[in-house]
Each structure stands twice: as C-alpha cells, then as structure tokens.
Write a protein that binds this ligand. Sequence first.
Ligand code: CUA
Length: 162
Amino acid sequence: MKRGTTVYLYELAWILPSIAIPVGMLSALLVTAFGAGIHVPSTAGRVDPARLAETAPFDQPGVVQTGPLSYEVRLVSQIWSFTPNEIRVPVGSRVTFVGTSRDVIHGLFIPSANVNVMLIPGQISRVVARFDREGEFFFACHEYCGIAHHTMGGKVIVEPRS
Ligand code: CUA
C-alpha cells in the first residue's frame, strides 16, 4: 500500500469513531428521554427553593404517619445538613421520602434501603423505601456540595413495634 493511503486510513480510523461516539451518545440520550421516559429525579413536581418555608409540605419538614406502618418524610437539604437528620419509624414501615434542596444540588443515599436520589433546588424528588430490620441506618449526601459535604448525613432509626 502507498504511504499516502496508509496515513489516510489512520486518519479515517480516528475520525469515524470521534463522530460515531457523540452521535451514539446523543441517540442514547434521546431514546432514553423520549422513548423510555427517563428524566431527572422524578416527576414529583417542582417547588420554588426560595419559598420552601411557605410551601407545603416543606414548610413542616419531618416525619408524618400516613397510614398503618406507612410514613412520609418531608426532607429539606441545605449546606450541610438534612432537616430532619434523625428519622424514627417502626420496623416494617414503608417510608416515602419527599425531598428537595434549599440551595445547591445535594443527594440522598441510604445504602441499606436502596435509596439513591438527587435533591435538586426547584425539583421535588420522591422515593419509597421499606425498613424491615431494626437498627440505625446511616444516610448521606452523595453529591459534592462544598467544603463540608463529607459531614452531611443523618440516620434512620428503625425501632421495635410498640
Ligand atoms: Cu450536600 Cu454533599
């Protein structure tokens, strides 16, 4: 093969993937967004992050019982804490976390309950978990949110049924 042809083939071998990869990624994004309906955290709604103190349910963060062994946690995140940061529920509870952020992007990660969701200012995230074992289960912010990100956490305390 002539030298010029070889160089041309090498160039082609670089150029084609560098076009194909972004086109493939864009196609995957479009298919998941419009075909599979995958979006940012959830379609649980939107909220004005500057008005959380006046907007239900975030005006009263905390744990509310919504039925037998059914609870809702209204969770507000801010640098660098969660409100509430201690959640108590009886064993066997089904807990719906309804969360958002007051300032920057945070996350809610409860490894023992398979909860992993972003908390985005302006966006409401909703995720459901079951707590079938007694004990203390740590949760943490898993989106880097500044200098004290690593201190941002809390715990779910699953108590014996009384
Ligand atoms: Cu909040 Cu990291």
